[in-house]
Design a protein around this ligand. Structure first.
Ligand SMILES: Cc1cc2nc3c(=O)[nH]c(=O)nc-3n(C[C@H](O)[C@H](O)[C@H](O)COP(=O)(O)OP(=O)(O)OC[C@H]3O[C@@H](n4cnc5c(N)ncnc54)[C@H](O)[C@@H]3O)c2cc1C
Length: 499
């Protein structure tokens, strides 16, 4: 089943307690700071029905015959991955910008736990049945699914038990109906989503096999006793003509408070067993990193486009030094493209029989995309020139006393008139210099865990033995250094004495 945009909008009108900028939000979908993103999410649902896009966005489930969302489909083949990539590109093209936490980038976290059914079975077979049922339910019910990992954490030099225990989300009570949890999580988009896969952040469990903090579940975001305290949105702070991205693409982040929230047993995916929590932390992004990294390509396209148009507009694209900087942006963009494309071409079978993008290529691609983004933004900023931060706002281009001057100094030639130049500079400013721009950069730095965890994923997935074996052979080392018994030496030729 695929929902419509209106069904989604109705589903978040459930009386949830949302706060932003010191205000209790009475109606999330129509609030000016949420409306732009709610409308985009609704548009994604409607694209699944729209004749122009439905074949890209949806598929017919071979078992049920139902039409379902491509983003939620379990990946078994390379074609499944090509279809997912195409659907995400269609969304980003349609909305004309980058939105990340809109579902396709988070749903894959559940597939990672599906791969861990052996681990869950050791804990309680009920839990492995729960993850399977939730994956099926997501395919059938098409909810807007987000991700919850990060607690406020408190003082990391102390154990959670030795400080306010709520600094990490934990179980306070078991009941016949389920577990009761307490704590808080940072979650982008939670205030306007339907459910979140909630699990521990990276933690050092030491030798403990059991912990009240090792808990993972699907949280219905309409549950009683949840409170959503949002950071102030970027939309509506300044006119859309001056901040075209801030006003349309801000994905509002939320501190979700769990004030003794009941999680029904059927939504509990693991509980108390640190092995299950460790498993999910180690494998969490094996699928979802694909859609996350894909966003960097769109961002790179936007940076290249703005820098190129600015250079062409002023005739600077003829300069070799400018061409080299544009080429550096293209190398960045195509490097990410190559990692993603190759990760499908060299995909790997997962323990549960799904098809994972090649893990080493995916995770090295994520590091290439995220760790160089700030440098690429700086190159694009440089190519756009200082005018991106000194240009007056649209109102000055309209005021009768200032408009003629701005018309004169911002018209470059017959193709580039003042209005287009102002629009390009405003777009570039919002993408590279604004509060929103800094937020987006920080999102790519942290939202799929911080850089050290990205490198840890590379460390876990790179084939170190192949490199070591190359040196063993080339340098003539004994295979003992690889922990292998040396190959049996050829039998010596018979000598006269032994013959
Ligand atoms: C815009 C944005 C959106 C986000 N959206 C979500 C979301 O939707 N869901 C969600 O769950 N989370 C989300 N996050 C949170 C994100 O996952 C965390 O910010 C991230 O995991 C880092 O945790 P922290 O902020 O508590 O930093 P800290 O844990 O305080 O770490 C700060 C820095 O300390 C260093 N450090 C800490 N621990 C280690 C270690 N073990 N080894 C080496 N270095 C270390 C690193 O340099 C690290 O970057 C979002 C964050 C941002 C900025």
């Amino acid at each position: 089943m695929i929902r419509t945009g209106q069904q989604y909008i109705d589903s978040i009108r459930d009386g949830r307690m949302v706060y932003i900028n010191g205000e209790r939000v009475r109606d999330v979908p129509s609030h000016p700071m949420f409306k732009p993103l709610v409308d985009i999410r609704a548009r994604i649902y409607d694209m699944q029905h729209d004749a122009a896009t439905r074949d890209i966005m949806s598929y017919s489930d071979p078992v049920t015959g139902e039409i379902c969302a491509v983003g939620n489909k379990l990946p078994y083949t390379q074609d499944d991955w090509h279809a997912k990539r195409r659907a995400t590109d269609a969304v980003l093209d349609d909305v004309g910008g980058v939105v990340t936490r809109v579902g396709d980038e988070t749903v894959g976290e559940m597939w990672s736990l599906y791969d861990g059914q052996d681990v869950l079975n050791e804990v309680d077979p009920q839990f492995s049945a729960n993850i399977k049922r939730h994956i099926d339910r997501t395919i059938q019910a098409d909810p807007f699914h987000v991700s919850a990992n990060t607690d406020p954490k408190g003082d990391r030099s102390k154990r959670p038990q030795d400080q306010d225990p709520d600094m990490l989300l934990h179980v306070v009570k078991e009941t016949d109906a389920g577990i009761v949890v307490r704590g808080a999580k940072y979650e982008t988009a939670a205030a306007y989503a339907n459910q979140a896969f909630t699990k521990p952040t990276i933690a050092n469990w030491g030798d403990s096999q059991l912990s009240d903090y090792a808990v993972g579940f699907i949280c219905d975001l309409g549950s009683p006793n949840l409170k959503f305290i949002c950071r102030t949105g970027f939309a509506g702070r300044a006119p859309i003509e001056d901040y075209p991205l801030s006003n349309r693409f801000d994905e509002v982040d939320t501190l979700v408070i769990f004030d003794d929230v009941l999680i029904p047993w059927e939504n509990v995916l693991f509980y108390r067993h640190t092995r299950a929590a460790t498993f999910i932390r180690a494998t969490l992004h094996r699928y979802s990193a694909f859609a996350f990294v894909q966003r960097n390509i769109k961002l790179a396209d936007m940076m290249i486009g703005a820098a190129l148009l600015n250079a062409r507009q002023t005739g600077l694209d003829k300069q070799q030094a400018v061409q080299e900087k544009l080429a550096t942006l293209a190398v960045y963009r195509e490097g990410i493209n190559a990692h993603l494309t190759a990760s499908i071409a060299m995909a790997e079978r997962s323990p549960a029989g799904l098809l994972m993008p090649n893990q080493s290529l995916l995770f090295t691609g994520r590091v290439a995309a995220c760790s160089q983004l700030h440098e690429m933004m700086h190159i694009a900023r440089e190519l756009c020139g200082g005018q991106i931060c000194v240009t007056p706002d649209a109102a000055a281009f309209k005021h009768p006393e200032t408009a003629p001057w701005l018309e004169k100094f911002y018209s470059v030639n017959e193709n580039w008139v003042a209005d287009d130049r102002r629009k390009l500079l405003a777009f570039a400013r919002d993408m590279l210099n604004s509060d929103y721009a800094g937020h987006r950069l920080t999102f790519q730095l942290f939202a799929q865990s911080p850089p050290f965890a990205h490198l840890a994923a590379v460390y876990r997935n790179y084939d170190w033995d192949a490199a070591a074996a190359t040196v063993v052979k080339s340098a003539g080392l004994s295979e003992r250094v690889l922990g292998r018994a040396p190959a049996a030496a050829p039998a010596p030729a018979p000598t006269k004495a032994s013959a």
